[in-house]
Design a protein around this ligand. Structure first.
Ligand code: UD1
Ligand code: MG
Length: 467
């Protein structure tokens, strides 16, 4: 198999994106730009992938590694080099040459700020690179002037590239050329290493331009091939907030299109937001105004009525998420029903056929099969056994002002309405709690507990008062 090394340029600050955190960590579909680029890279099965860091080095390295550890991509070898000063894209590649010393093959250079590139297009670049026996090949696209990209100067035949001229160095005629550089290259390592060493910064930006290796190759009589991308969107670079917004919209449309093709049914796809790592099974129905974020999974037969925000939530087979549910780091069991108007907070685990109704909040709550909390309830730091019924207005008083305490409720327990369960507390299997109770002591199995004050009735009292 072909020997490929990948270089990812990721050292820049991104002045036009606020300049506070590294540009390649800008979020797109719930993942940093860099992780999208590395996911595309991984599909080429490169022998090594080298990320060139600079600004925000530690954060950029951590982000690249997180993509590996979470399985967003699997790169055989991931290495990092540090570019001391951001002196340009050519200088960035120079800082990676030490890692390429023993490498012989094709070096694929990717920009960390070009996140929509697809593996199919990269493969096309590599195919052309080999079939045309080029020394250097690059992806180009058509973009109406004015635009910020480097322009492609082809030779008289139009077949090969002679030069790339950065916008700031263009003559007025050159800046009208619509074919521009996508910042994605395939280069023979034997050419790249000496070419990079000889770059100069004699240009408008006083930067070492990677793009200057094109003129160098052409001058040596080597072939430089430009592969025009079918879809210009894939090569959009993220340099400004406007471009970031545009790329986000395109990515979202792609994700939704993939889900629709896979058999997910949306009532109004334009109103739905889906992050890139989300999984939805065929046949799932999704209503309007739904956001699926992070590592959310929706399994077969589930229905999401609409207006839901699900973050890192797993919805198992046949579950129904009714109108207006927010859920984060929760697991919703098979055939369970949640909402309308429910708030599932982190570490909520609902078993099969659990019912969570309106105005119910859960946090670190584990509910066994068939348990129900249908109205106006707070369940925090709680374990609730199968088939227990939690009455309207029940509150687990889990916080004593200093620490969180646990509530344990057994199987088949009936908790009457408007009950406070003052944790730590245990209610054993089959117990009954009378409505309006404040329970502070353990309740044994199959017993009745209540703390209700006795009812007083004074006949005729009201009538007398009115007189
Ligand atoms: C670059 C190309 C331009 C092309 C465009 C496509 C050059 C000189 N120009 O311009 O022809 O049309 O991409 O998107 O290459 N970076 C470093 N170290 C540096 C400078 C940049 O790692 O010293 C990284 C940046 O973080 C970014 C990438 O390289 O990920 C591209 O740099 P950027 O400044 O965005 O270059 P462009 O002006 O977009
Ligand atoms: Mg750029």
């Amino acid at each position: 198999m072909e020997n490929i090394a990948i270089l990812v340029l990721a050292a820049g600050l991104g002045k036009r994106l606020g300049g506070k955190s590294p540009k390649v960590l800008s979020s797109l579909g719930g993942f940093p730009l860099l992780q999208h680029v590395l996911r595309t890279a991984a599909a080429l099965a490169p022998s090594t992938t080298i990320v060139i860091t600079g600004f925000g080095r530690d954060a950029v390295e951590a982000a690249a590694r997180t993509g590996q550890s979470t399985g967003f991509y699997a790169l055989p070898k991931l290495a990092f080099v540090f570019q001391q000063e951001q002196l340009g894209t050519g200088d960035a590649v120079k800082s990676a040459l030490s890692e390429l010393q023993t490498f012989s093959g094709t070096v694929v250079i990717l920009s960390g700020d070009v996140p929509l590139l697809r593996t199919e297009t990269l493969n096309r670049l590599l195919q052309e690179h080999h079939s045309q026996r080029a020394t250097l090949s690059l992806l180009t696209f058509k973009c109406a002037a004015p635009n910020p990209y480097g322009v492609i100067i082809r030779d008289a035949s139009g077949r090969f590239v002679e030069q790339i001229v950065e916008k700031k160095d263009c003559s007025p005629e050159q800046s009208r050329i619509e074919e521009v550089n996508g910042g994605v290259y395939a280069v023979d390592s034997a050419f790249l290493v000496p070419a990079i060493k000889n770059l100069t910064n004699n240009n408008a930006q006083k930067e070492y331009y990677l793009t200057d290796i094109v003129a160098k190759a052409a001058a040596e009589g080597q072939r430089v091939v430009a592969v025009l991308a079918d879809d210009h969107q894939e090569l959009l670079g993220v340099n400004t907030f406007m471009e970031l917004a545009e790329v986000k919209r395109i990515m979202l449309n792609r994700e939704i299109a993939i889900l629709i093709e896979n058999g997910v049914e949306f009532a109004d796809p334009a109103s739905v937001y889906v992050d890139s790592g989300v999984k939805v099974a065929a046949g799932v129905k999704i209503g309007p105004n739904v956001q699926l974020r992070g590592r959310t999974e929706i399994h077969a037969g589930a229905v999401i009525e609409g207006s839901a925000l699900l973050i890192d939530t797993v919805v198992h087979e046949g579950a129904v998420i009714k109108f207006a549910v927010r859920s984060e780091q929760a697991v919703i069991g098979k055939q369970a029903a949640v909402g309308p108007f429910a708030n599932l907070r982190p570490e909520t685990v609902l078993g099969e056929e659990v019912r969570i109704g309106n105005f119910v909040e859960t946090k670190k709550a584990i509910l066994g099969k068939g348990a129900k909390a249908s109205h106006l309830t707070y369940l925090g730091d709680a374990e609730i056994g199968a088939d227990s019924n939690i009455g309207a207005g029940t509150i687990t008083c889990n916080y004593d002002g200093i620490q969180k305490q646990k509530t344990k409720i057994g199987k088949g327990v009936f908790v009457g309405s408007d009950t406070c369960l003052v944790a730590p507390i245990e209610i054993a299997d089959g117990a009954y709690i009378g409505a309006g109770s404040v329970i502070t002591k353990p309740v044994p199995a199959d017993s009745l507990a209540f703390t209700r004050p006795p009812q007083v009735v004074k006949e005729g009292w009201a009538k007398k008062k009115r007189r």
